[in-house]
Write a protein that binds this ligand. Structure first.
Ligand code: CS2
Length: 477
């Protein structure tokens, strides 16, 4: 019988960070940086994880003393590293009081989050709090919250009442200006609960924006078997990731309190915007485009998709003709070199990142990944056939039937609405119109401008299929 992974020693550091949304990405990215920063420079920055929905992570990690393995998968080899930075995991649905108490602990100076785009309960098209959201409605009147913004507001309320300093709120999700988005939803919710609290957050609170990057596919059974073979023990919750990582953080923390992130390669800057534009538009924009088109063309992973010469050409054209013109390079970066590096990362055959996984939650991702680029180009008169095709592929995908007539399991908070709109339309053009009318995704003016282009791309997809349509788009004209 294989032994269970155990922690090498009791946690040395006390909890200084509470992390909301303890998924694979944060455990393979932020948690690793924080562990390294403490190993390098000390400090009490142990991380208490919070699972907002279900107990799976807590139950997997508890018997191993909160330790887990991060398995780096490079094209030419693998490295397994033990990560021992977690001090515990709480499950919010089982006990909101314990989570709020932890967030209100004076030793906690940072609350970080990876709750995915939809966890901010905002309207993706504008960034404003979605006050109609059922969780926000709940949190407005109930002191024990269910949403991430609700936890932050109620915990800040407790800290203010106790005469404590606020914690820094550190969003690590792929949102444009994630600091401003989380600040906006927190302030709006706080204002409706207690205007004085909102004023205090305005003056004392800090919400640095970040750009996070590392490809971390969902852990699969074969990854668990690989880890077990490598470390000689059973780890119930390992993470797998590519070698590359990047973290750019605005250096704006309450009282300057943070781990020594600069010592371990985190870039601390005054303004993260150029990095975040580059990453969201060049990486996440092409990731989503390849996910919808690749899925429809029956490619299981991103690596499989870019191994297909049609999509390799398509994605390169997308970068050079349609995305780079809409990106301002951060100081010292070459966008062409960044695109080449992305292509190499996507081609890493050891990383099995499913197109289906990336296709998830498209309604929350499209605005910052594709629509901003499109709007910027159209205002400059730059044609965008590739981006139009990617959006048309999303429309085809959320219709719920693949190119061979089989059902697609569409995961999206708007899945039911999108499906109903798609099913209710009589013609392909009506279907495009119906989907373009979803204001949470498409601003009115942009919808009107892109309507002819998207309709053409959608009809092309129906006629030729994703692969041939992508091939046509990439022909040199
Ligand atoms: C991906 C991202 O799942 C997705 O939507 O595009 O998770 C991507 O892998 C990361 O942002 C890379 O840093």
């Amino acid at each position: 019988m294989t032994l269970r992974l155990t922690r090498s020693s009791a946690p040395a550091a006390k909890t200084g960070i509470v992390h909301l949304g303890l998924g694979a990405f944060f455990r393979a990215h932020g948690a690793v940086y924080v562990a390294e920063a403490m190993a390098r420079s000390g400090g009490d920055w142990g991380i208490l994880g919070v699972s907002l929905q279900n107990p799976t992570m807590r139950d997997a990690l508890a018997p191993q003393g909160w330790a887990y393995t991060a398995l780096e998968l490079g094209p030419d080899g693998e490295i397994a590293r033990p990560i021992e930075v977690l001090t515990g995991v709480l499950v919010a649905r089982e006990g909101a009081e314990a989570v709020l108490a932890a967030m209100a602990d004076p030793a906690v100076r940072i609350v970080s989050l990876t709750v995915t785009e939809k966890g901010y309960c905002h309207l993706p098209a504008t960034g404003a709090l979605n006050v109609e959201h059922a969780d926000i409605q709940h949190d407005l009147t109930n002191p024990l919250p269910v949403s991430a913004p609700g936890y932050i507001v109620r915990a800040l309320q407790r800290r203010r009442q106790a005469g404590l300093r606020p914690f820094t709120v550190l969003s690590c999700d792929n949102l444009p200006n994630n600091g401003r988005v989380v600040r906006g939803v927190v302030l709006e919710l706080a204002r409706r609960i207690d205007p004085d609290l909102a004023d205090w957050i305005v003056t004392e609170g800090r919400f640095p924006a970040t750009m996070v990057d590392r490809i971390v596919p969902a852990t699969k059974p074969e990854d668990m078997a690989r880890v077990e073979a490598l470390i000689g023990a059973h780890d119930a919750a390992p993470v797998v990731h590519e070698p590359f990582r990047q973290w750019v953080v605005e250096d704006d923390f309450v009282d300057g309190a943070r781990p020594d992130l600069g010592a371990v390669g985190v870039r601390l800057v005054r303004d993260v915007t150029p990095y975040e534009h580059m990453k969201l538009r060049m990486l996440n924009g092409t990731h989503s485009s390849l996910a919808y088109l690749g899925y429809l063309a029956e490619h299981e992973t991103i690596a499989d998709t870019v191994a297909d010469p049609v999509f390799a050409t398509f994605v390169k054209h997308l970068w050079h003709r349609e995305i780079i013109p809409a990106v301002t390079a951060p100081p010292g970066e070459s966008l062409a070199a960044y695109a080449d590096a992305l292509f190499a990362r996507y081609s890493n055959p050891a990383i099995r990142h499913r197109t289906w996984q990336i296709a998830m939650d498209g309604s929350q991702k499209l605005p910052q990944r594709l629509l901003g680029t499109l709007a910027s180009n159209l205002s400059k008169g730059i044609a965008c056939p590739g981006l139009m095709l990617a959006i048309a592929a999303w429309m085809r995908y959320v219709g719920g039937i693949d190119e061979r007539g089989r059902p697609i399991e569409v995961k999206d908070p708007l899945a039911a609405q999108l499906r109903a709109l798609s099913d209710g339309a009589q013609t392909p053009a009506d279907r495009v119109d119906a989907l373009l009318s979803v204001r949470a995704v498409f601003p009115e003016e942009l919808a009107a401008t892109i309507r002819p282009g998207i309709t053409g791309a959608y009809e092309l997809l129906l006629r030729l299929g994703a692969r041939a349509a992508a091939s046509l788009m990439s022909e040199d004209k």
